[in-house]
Design a protein around this ligand. Structure first.
Ligand code: PLP
Length: 424
């Protein structure tokens, strides 16, 4: 049934039928939540062996007593794991504390106030600066920009990554644009993987950008595949080396959604020059990261084989949840003209685009029937989705029964909002 092919009488009949179903859900007083993009307790339990794994042996492979101060860039065995995840030589990796978001915040701050290439390169010397922000995107990236007073310019996402023609034109015409946020694999929230062409074009972007431009390559979902033969993501540093833009790329990842989300290890991958500059700044604020936790992680996940085997256990828990969301979208909304979505093969989110002007209405309808969704607009800079279309669905936390109920209400809310819009 295509919404656009229904006449007024059919629309009215459909509205009555949907409203009745909706009221019966409302009467159930449900309390369901699709907002939480974090691992479920079941997933967190996969890593409980971290607790006590050191069994009194606190020595890193180079003899470092991990209980003590020092080693700003992390112990060798955990840097090796970070290097393998990011596809970089170990010399280009820093292992830090528990949050890659902190590293993103700190690197933005470093570029703004200290300068990766000496004081003359600090963005703050140039007055008002801007970031290009592929949308929809990760709200916390946008919050960092907002906090530092960096203006955000949205750039449309496609199903192969940001619209590179638009981004390249934007950046080449405005040297005050100093950075771009990217979630290249299983993008938050659309779940797509940047194509080779997009990664190559991204690595070439700094050549046409103003001075000290940086690509914030947030590879948060680098190893978070739900399928056994995932599409690969090209290595941006390979293309950056060819383009001579290594110093413009800062890569991030963490074990937050691998082990314990609040007690993992975060990594920064960057040129050696950038790392040296960043570490010099870092040394003012800390004497060293939590190396005991780094060692626990290195013992728990000694290499990529161990990591991949572990990620398969996550996939076994997550995949049925993604399948459930997609089943409802495909069975109830495909070919209705009421919305669009991708079918991600990894990551934590599925993004749904309603008809223009309906995201807020759908979120409200779902909320009034007991399903909490991330506020419409949250995936855009300043919380403003100009078309009011995008809704982020996070299926990892609810159990399958809860998720099924929540999706029944979600698709019903989409249908009701769409039919009412058509009638208005
Ligand atoms: N980057 C993206 C794209 C995310 O979706 C998230 C969490 O949802 C993070 C970073 C946070 O990572 P961390 O826990 O390492 O700070």
């Amino acid at each position: 049934m295509q919404l656009q092919s229904l006449n007024q009488t059919q629309l009215q009949a459909l509205e009555r039928e949907l409203a009745e179903q909706y009221q019966s859900f409302q009467a159930q007083n449900l309390k369901l939540d699709l907002t939480r993009g974090k691992p479920s307790s079941e997933q967190l339990s996969l890593s409980d062996a971290l607790d006590g794994i050191l069994a009194g042996n606190y020595k890193a492979e180079d003899g470092t007593d991990c209980r003590n101060y020092a080693i700003l860039d992390g112990i060798p065995e955990i840097k090796r794991l970070g290097a393998a995840i990011m596809g970089l030589p170990v010399e280009q990796v820093l292992a830090g504390g528990n949050a890659s978001l902190t590293l993103m915040y700190q690197t933005v701050q470093h570029a703004l106030t200290i300068g990766f290439n000496g004081p003359d390169s600090a963005w703050q010397n140039e007055g008002k600066i801007k970031f290009a922000c592929p949308v929809p995107g990760y709200d916390r990236h946008f919050t960092i920009c907002e906090f530092f007073g960096i203006e955000m310019i949205p750039v449309a996402m496609t199903d192969t990554g940001p619209d590179m023609a638009a981004l390249t034109e934007l950046v080449s015409n405005d040297p005050s644009i100093k950075g771009v946020w990217c979630v290249p694999k299983y993008s938050n929230p659309t779940g797509i993987i940047y194509s080779d062409d997009v990664v190559k074009a991204m690595a070439e972007l700094p050549k046409v950008a103003g001075a000290n431009f940086k690509i914030f390559w947030d590879n948060a979902y680098a190893v978070h595949d739900l399928v056994s033969t995932p599409n690969p993501l090209a290595n941006i540093f390979d293309y950056a080396s060819q383009a001579g833009t290594d110093d413009a790329v800062l890569q991030f990842c963490s074990t937050s959604k691998v082990t314990h989300a609040g007690a993992g290890v975060a990594f920064l991958g960057a040129s050696q020059a950038n790392l040296a500059s960043f570490i010099k700044g870092l040394s003012v604020s800390t004497i060293g990261p939590d190396k005991v936790n780094q060692l626990r992680h290195a013992r728990f996940l000694p290499d990529m084989d161990a990591l991949q085997a572990h990620m398969q256990k996550h996939a076994a828990i997550l995949k049925p949840r993604f399948d459930m969301v997609l089943k409802y979208l495909n069975e109830d909304l495909a070919n209705t003209g009421m919305g669009e979505w991708e079918s991600p093969e990894g990551g934590y989110f599925i993004a749904f685009d309603t008809l223009p002007g309906l995201a807020k209405a759908v979120v409200k309808l779902a909320a009034d029937a007991g399903v909490k969704l991330t506020p419409a607009g949250a995936t855009f800079p300043y919380g403003k989705d100009p078309e009011d279309r995008n809704i982020r669905i996070a299926p990892s936390v609810p159990g399958l029964d809860e998720l099924e109920k929540a999706m029944q209400i979600f698709v019903l809310s989409v249908k009701l909002a769409s039919v009412r819009q058509a009638l208005a």
